[in-house]
Design a protein. Structure first.
Length: 242
């Protein structure tokens, strides 16, 4: 049965984001919704010797924009700052050098006008090149869907699953606004993603933290990263094995 997930593009997201991507056949970037400031869309955290550190993209404070309309400001400065912060805090991690060329490409060689373009590039590259995920990525704007909020999301899921229905994998926060009966009536089963149980891995700078950027996992575990995102479930009874 076909599986689909729908999420906004986030900046260097945590491992759970990639867990959902790996769960599904099609992952829909849904960036035609309202932009919210100081959210995962334009910032995330890394670990430092002085505690958690936010890496924030300067995107302005206009909340009338859709995510795909948001431009990044002060392009050269933020890119160098984020690159230097990751180098300073992870250069001693065992697999940092494996990903340093990618960091240089993203932050020092390329230029980015729009937030969603940067986010999607990082997400798709990490998924396909570093985690070996085979999921298909699509843009919600490729589909003609009507309605607002809940109705539009449901129609977007329908458009991706087709008439035969299937499974919609969603983060647990969506329980606050999704009318599950509407999905059931449309032949769609909702699977609520369970983020609990992730195993810890060797991580620098004090107490372990799960919620940091996926770069933390890559720098510290290298090619073993998929095990710490979904592979560990093969040896447990926790969650769905995909």
């Amino acid at each position: 049965m076909k599986k689909v997930a729908v999420l906004q593009s986030n900046y260097i997201p945590w491992k759970g984001y990639f867990d959902i991507i790996n769960d599904v056949d099609t992952f829909v970037f849904y960036d035609e919704v309202q932009y919210t400031k100081n959210d995962w869309r334009n910032r995330n955290q890394i670990k430092t010797a002085n505690g958690l550190k936010w890496l924030t993209l300067p995107c302005g404070y206009d909340l009338t924009r859709k995510i795909y309309e948001v431009e990044i400001k002060n392009e050269i400065r933020w890119a160098k700052d984020h690159y230097n912060l990751m180098c300073q805090n992870y250069r001693k991690s065992p697999f940092f050098d494996r990903y340093k060329d990618f960091l240089s490409h993203v932050y020092l060689e390329k230029t980015w006008k729009y937030l969603y373009e940067l986010n999607r590039y990082i997400i798709t590259t990490i998924s396909q090149d570093f985690l070996g995920i085979k999921t298909t990525f699509v843009d919600s704007r490729e589909f003609e869907t009507s309605g607002q909020k809940h109705e539009k999301l449901l129609n977007l899921v329908k458009a991706n699953l087709g008439e035969s229905g299937g499974i919609y994998v969603s983060g647990p926060a969506a329980k606050d606004y999704i009318a599950e009966k509407d999905y059931t009536d449309a032949g769609i089963e909702i699977v609520w993603k369970d983020y609990s149980g992730y195993p810890e891995y060797p991580q620098p700078h004090g107490d372990f933290c799960h919620s940091v950027s996926v770069f933390d996992l890559l720098f510290n575990t290298g090619e073993e990263a998929p095990h710490y995102i979904w592979g560990w479930r093969k040896n447990t009874n926790h969650g769905e094995v995909t």
